[in-house]
Design a protein around this ligand. Structure first.
Ligand code: A3P
Length: 321
């Protein structure tokens, strides 16, 4: 395969072509870069990010496994951190007019998507909010060394798999055939999925959150669904901007929860008809937003297989779903 893409430098192309590769979910190939699988343009952007990003102590990074609640957590984080500039009661709140991925940009899809045009981020309004799917081990050195905060979310691998499979088939180029569920499942269990293996991704942030609880807050989609009020308060405390009793009494917490809810966000015009750059339509980010939808798609033997993978890879870590 020749990588023809003006977003990738000659040097990166040579590196990418030397990496192990497998068939991708929505690209001809994915490559094993620094121990995780990704697409060529992601590798280029991550190289640029690692080389150039200078973290500030006030930065907030929303780090996630793809299809684990990234959009939701970005919305919650943005609304919480910026609530003194943008009241959630405001009829013109940015979240009503922009998709969360535009307000909390990904390093690998937005900030560093042009290797020959590295942005100057030093004058960005603080605290700066960024998003990423990059595993902890591959975050830029300055993120690990500074006092910036990382909020991480992952999700039950069964539901993450189903969500990823639907999404990949929605946004893949028309030139590629539909990816069959069985085939995607085998790839997922082998670890071949964007930014996977999923277990390495989770364990990297999990360990860091245990060693440095003030640096990394580890969240799960299911916990947020179960008690969003409690977890939103945790997020605010972790970020050093706890909700006051007065705010709580005024309904600020409940209002942020409503503003960021699946139903509310899904019905916004920007999320019904907008697009994420040239990549995909925002509406594909809002499918069902439920726990346990996987039972409608996976056979008992598939469920058994993934359970075994999870036992093998996550057993003993303390991380359970
Ligand atoms: P489903 O495909 O199971 O419906 P990500 O944002 O990381 O891409 O994750 C997408 C998943 O989160 C999708 O799951 C999507 O429906 C769900 N989701 C999106 N916005 C949400 C919200 N505001 N609240 C809860 N879930 C949400």
């Amino acid at each position: 395969e020749v990588i023809e893409d003006d977003k990738i430098s000659q040097q990166s192309t040579e590196l990418i072509l030397s990496l192990p590769r497998e068939k991708g979910w929505r690209t001809p190939y994915v490559y094993l870069f620094q121990g995780f699988w990704c697409q060529p343009h992601e590798i280029q952007a991550i190289i640029t990010f690692q080389k150039h990003f200078q973290a500030k102590d006030s930065d907030v990074l929303v780090a996630t496994v793809p299809k684990s609640g990234t959009t939701w957590l970005k919305a919650l984080t943005f609304a919480t951190v910026s609530r003194h500039n943008f009241s959630s009661f405001n009829k013109n709140h940015p979240l009503l007019n922009f998709n969360p991925h535009d307000l909390v940009p990904f390093f690998e899809y937005t900030v560093y998507d042009k290797h020959d045009k590295v942005p100057d981020l030093s004058n960005m309004h603080e605290p700066r909010l960024f998003g990423t799917h990059v595993p902890f081990a591959s975050l830029s050195k300055s993120i690990k060394e500074s006092n910036c905060k990382v909020i991480y979310i992952c999700r039950n691998p069964f539901d993450t798999f189903i969500s990823s499979w639907f999404f990949a088939n929605k946004i893949k180029p028309g030139s590629l055939p539909t990816l069959a569920l069985d085939e995607a499942f085998e790839m997922y269990c082998k670890g071949v999925v964007g930014f996977g293996p999923f277990w390495t991704h989770m364990l990297g942030y999990w360990k860091e959150s245990i060693e440095k609880p003030n640096k990394v807050l580890f969240l799960m989609y299911e916990d947020l669904k179960g008690d969003i009020n409690f977890h939103l308060k945790r997020v605010a405390e972790f970020l050093g901007c706890p909700f006051t009793l007065e705010e709580e009494n005024r309904g600020v917490i409940e209002n942020i929860i409503k503003l960021c809810s699946f139903q509310k966000m899904k019905e916004l015009e920007v999320n019904k008809s907008g697009t994420f750059g040239r990549n995909f339509e925002n509406k594909f980010l809002f499918r069902k937003g439920e726990i346990g939808d996987w039972v409608n798609y996976l056979s008992p033997s598939m469920a058994q297989k993934l359970t075994k993978v999870m036992e093998d890879k996550l057993g003993g870590s303390g991380l359970t779903f």
